[in-house]
Design a protein around this ligand. Structure first.
Ligand code: DHK
Length: 146
């Protein structure tokens, strides 16, 4: 069974301490555990980086190995054409995930490049939305959605 890739961008390593009024107090380690529990037999590659280059390299790995992608690109959502170009190459379903409702925040967070290729967007469910995204991705994989 091919793995799903759950990829997290810059500053998410500080989840739980970072602006808890926006992102909550759940840590990324706790998020990973929740995702693995929901995934059952499905292998998960759960990763975080502050590097755009590394994030793109992981998308390239997913292109060759992955069944689906859940990506929280964080600030790269709104800045990276390189990340958009990499995600366009992925043939499986892509869920763009944001902990906060980016559309209710400052306008700098309103225009996502990633949304131009994502299968669906989940935003505002909080960190506990990640396991829901795993369930949603399994459904998209089963339906062979892109
Ligand atoms: C996380 C970030 O780091 C921000 O740059 C985004 C996103 C929002 C989130 O809600 O997960 O604007």
């Amino acid at each position: 069974m091919k793995p799903i890739y759950i990829l997290n961008g810059p500053n998410l390593n500080r989840l739980g301490k970072r602006e808890p009024e926006i992102y909550g107090t759940t840590t990324l380690t706790e998020v990973e555990a929740m995702c693995r529990e929901v995934a059952g037999d499905r292998p998960i590659e759960f990763r975080q980086t502050n590097s755009e280059e590394r994030l793109i390299d992981w998308v390239h790995e997913a292109i060759d190995e992955g069944a689906g992608i859940i990506i929280n690109p964080a600030a790269f959502t709104f800045t990276s054409l390189a990340l958009l170009d990499a995600l366009k190459m992925f043939k499986g379903p892509i869920i763009e995930f944001h902990i906060s409702n980016v559309h209710r925040r400052e306008s700098i967070y309103h225009r996502s490049y990633v949304s131009m290729t994502a299968t669906t967007v989940m935003a505002g469910l909080g960190a506990k939305g990640y396991p829901l995204a795993v369930r949603a991705l399994e459904s998209l994989i089963a339906d062979e959605r892109r």
